[in-house]
Ligand binder design. Structure first.
Ligand SMILES: [Zn+2]
Length: 371
């Protein structure tokens, strides 16, 4: 979850990037991951909101939850150690790899900017993975580097159809299983240049739904109630274009009798999270999910506390807890295991609970009727 303090400077570009861009090409990324899978089961590591910064421990904006900025890197290191002991088909990190605080840290003359250093240290851990890494982009990414830089650095191993602005994609992880990754900051006041149409669209949405946004000095949440609290800078939305892409992918998956797992940095089902951490146009996204039968579960970050709910169509919505707010003795990561019969299990570690995720009842009905 973001904070007003860190998002108030949700500016589109940071000058240091030009000076430190040499790191951009140094991250080892696996080759394009579109080879047809041979197996009908899979195991996928999962983690959300590492949010590392070389910064003293602090508090969230409400000053109710302690944040351990340096420790989160050690917890990521431990998670990578554990993932590497297993035979995994991939690891998916759900965004906010480094915290926005990095951008405000003092740069030592002749050394890399703290944002670059933080990202290098985090990637040194993730590059130890013996399996492919899949990434999502979160708001804290954009407080440190511009959007296209993140697309280049973290999404070079997935198919984006050559569009440098695009951050949503899909991957077939096993025979009968598909991962669909949404870009929940496609319409956003973060990441884009201020002159970009998506930035302008985001500001239009925000001002329409939250009168506080017109005055930069006002508390964003003053007078806001319930789910209206989602209309703040650290959240975002999706375009109709992305929703049509999602509809097309799900329609094809449905016809192929595949099961789909969906991933989004911002939660799209309100009961699985807080009013302050919901996708702006979550209703549009939920409507698309309910048009087909193939989506089994959705996984989110951004919230830090974690949560779980099942919607009216039987889709599981799971928000992961963040390592940033773990005690030194804790951690927060998991492994998703899908089998050839359509069974799905989340093997949780630390604050991430272990769950058996049943396939949707209507899906079972369909299979029974089909004989
Ligand atoms: Zn976030």
């Amino acid at each position: 979850m973001g904070s007003k303090a860190s998002t108030a400077t949700c500016l589109p570009f940071l000058g240091f990037f030009h000076r430190a861009s040499s790191v951009a090409t140094s991250f080892a990324q696996p080759a394009m991951l579109q080879m047809p899978p041979k197996r009908s089961s899979f195991a996928l590591g999962i983690i959300a909101d590492v949010q590392y910064a070389d910064h003293d421990d602090g508090w969230d904006f409400a000053r109710t939850r302690k944040r351990y900025y340096r420790q989160s890197l050690k917890l990521l290191q431990k998670a990578v150690d554990e993932w590497n002991k297993r035979s995994l088909d991939g690891v998916i990190q759900l965004g906010d790899l480094i915290d926005g605080k990095n951008k405000g840290l003092k740069q030592v003359a002749g050394e890399e900017h703290p944002s670059e250093r933080a990202l290098r240290l985090v990637m040194e851990q993730l590059n130890r993975l013996t399996c492919p890494l899949y990434s999502l982009l979160g708001n804290h990414e954009f407080y440190n580097l511009p959007r296209q830089e993140w697309v280049k650095r973290l999404l070079s191993n997935v198919a984006l159809d050559g569009d440098p602005d695009r951050a949503y994609y899909q991957v077939q992880i096993a025979d009968g299983w598909r991962l669909v990754v949404l870009d929940s900051y496609e319409v956003s006041s973060c990441g884009w240049d201020e002159g970009h149409p998506r930035h302008a669209e985001a500001m239009e949405w925000l001002k329409k739904h939250n009168h506080n946004i017109r005055d930069a000095k006002r508390d964003w949440l003053a007078g806001m109630r319930g789910q209206a609290k989602r209309w703040v800078h650290y959240n975002g939305g999706v375009t109709q274009q992305q929703l049509q892409w999602l509809r097309d992918i799900l329609t094809k998956a449905d016809k192929a009798d595949e099961k789909v797992l969906l991933f989004s940095h911002i939660p799209i089902y309100p009961p699985s999270t807080k009013d302050t951490t919901i996708l702006w146009n979550y209703q549009d996204a939920m409507k698309v999910l309910h048009e087909t039968q193939c989506v089994v579960a959705c996984f989110y970050g951004h919230d830090h506390d974690g949560g779980e709910a099942v919607d009216s169509h039987g889709i599981h919505h799971i928000t992961l807890a963040s390592p940033l707010e773990c005690l030194p003795s804790e951690n927060a990561w998991g492994i998703l295991r899908g089998d050839s019969d359509g069974g799905l299990v989340l093997e949780g570690h630390g604050k991430v609970p272990s769950l058996t995720i049943s396939v949707r009842e209507n899906k079972i009905e369909k299979a029974v009727k089909g004989g």
